[in-house]
Design a protein around this ligand. Structure first.
Ligand SMILES: [Zn+2]
Length: 285
C-alpha cells in the first residue's frame, strides 16, 4: 500500500537522498516516484526542509487571496524549455542550450530585487532512458552559465502516464521548490509558455504568468490569467504590480478571465502577434 499522495503539501516531510554530485551542483531524489532536485554547490539551501521551519511556514502562510497583493513574490518559478531556454527536443548537448530572449535580463532583475529564481521542468527523456542524470546536469550547468544562478531546480523525470505527482500539470514540482525555499506556493509565481505550466501553478495554489512563444497555442494565451511579451517584461510586472491589479489563485483559474487582466501580449513586440499566427509544431512531451 502506497502512502504517497498525488498532491503532497509543500511543507510535508522531506527525506531526500543524493543521486548525483558534481563540482557545480548536487541532485537529490526522495525515491523513484519523486522529482529530482538540483541545488548549486555553495547554496545554503537543503533539499530536506527542517520540520520546525515547515511548521512555521504552515502557520504563517498567507491566505491565497492575499497572494502578491502586498508585495513582490518571494520566488519566481520558471518553466525551462520554451521559457528560459529555447526548446530543443531531446537535446543532450550543452552546446545547443540557448537562452530565450530577455531571459538573462530577467534573471538579473530578480537578483537585484532579492527575489529567488527557480526552475520547474518536465524531462520525460530521463524516464525513457534517453537522457542520463549526468547529461541533465550538464544542460543545467550550461543554463546557469548563460543565465546566472538558479537557486533550486525541480525536474519531473517520469514518462507521461506514469501516474507521478510531479509531472506538470500536477503540482509536485511547484510544491518541491516551495519546500526547499521555505515559501508557501501563494508567495511564488510560475512563469511558463504553455497551459500545463499555468495549470500546475493553479493546482499548487500559486499564481502564474504566461510568456507566449511561437509554440504557444492561441487558446492557451486566451486562457492565461496574465501574460507578458517576454521574460524581462514578465519579471518587471511581478516585481512591481500595478496598484489595483491583485494577484492570486482566485483570479488565476485557467479558463477564467478576471477583470483587469492584462491584455494578452502586454509589453510584447512582434512576438506577441507571432504567437497567434503560427501553429504549434508538435505537442511538448
Ligand atoms: Zn514526475
Amino acid at each position: 500500500m502506497s502512502t504517497r499522495t498525488e498532491a503532497q503539501p509543500p511543507h510535508g516531510p522531506a527525506r531526500t537522498g543524493v543521486v548525483l554530485r558534481t563540482a557545480a551542483a548536487t541532485w537529490y531524489q526522495d525515491g523513484p516516484d519523486a522529482p529530482l532536485l538540483r541545488i548549486p554547490t555553495g547554496s545554503t539551501l537543503t533539499a530536506a526542509a527542517p520540520a520546525e521551519a515547515a511548521a512555521t511556514l504552515a502557520a504563517d502562510a498567507p491566505s491565497e487571496a492575499d497572494a502578491l497583493v502586498h508585495g513582490a513574490p518571494g520566488a519566481v518559478l520558471f518553466d525551462r524549455d520554451g521559457t528560459l531556454i529555447e526548446d530543443v527536443p531531446h537535446n543532450t548537448d550543452p552546446a545547443r542550450v540557448r537562452a530565450r530572449p530577455h531571459a538573462a535580463e530577467a534573471m538579473r532583475l530578480l537578483e537585484a530585487a532579492g527575489t529567488r529564481a527557480a526552475v520547474v521542468t518536465n524531462q520525460p527523456d530521463v524516464g525513457r532512458g534517453l537522457l542520463t542524470l549526468a547529461q541533465l546536469e550538464a544542460l543545467h550547468a550550461r543554463m546557469a552559465q548563460l543565465l546566472g544562478p538558479i537557486e533550486v531546480t525541480a525536474v519531473c523525470p517520469h514518462v507521461p502516464g506514469a501516474g507521478c505527482g510531479c509531472r506538470k500539470p500536477a503540482p509536485g514540482l511547484v510544491h518541491a521548490v516551495c519546500r526547499v525555499l521555505g515559501l508557501p506556493p501563494a508567495r511564488t509565481v510560475v512563469v511558463g509558455d504553455v497551459g500545463t505550466d499555468l495549470l500546475a501553478a493553479h493546482n499548487a495554489g500559486a499564481p502564474s504568468l504566461l510568456v507566449p512563444n511561437e509554440a504557444t497555442r492561441p487558446e492557451e494565451t486566451d486562457a492565461a490569467p496574465r501574460a507578458a511579451g517576454h521574460l524581462a517584461s514578465a519579471v518587471r510586472t511581478l516585481l512591481g504590480p500595478a496598484p489595483g491589479r491583485p494577484y492570486g489563485p482566485a483570479a488565476d483559474a485557467p479558463g477564467r478571465r478576471p477583470e483587469g487582466r492584462p491584455e494578452r501580449g502586454v509589453g510584447a513586440g512582434p512576438g506577441g502577434a507571432r504567437a497567434h499566427a503560427r501553429s504549434r509544431p508538435g505537442g511538448r512531451g
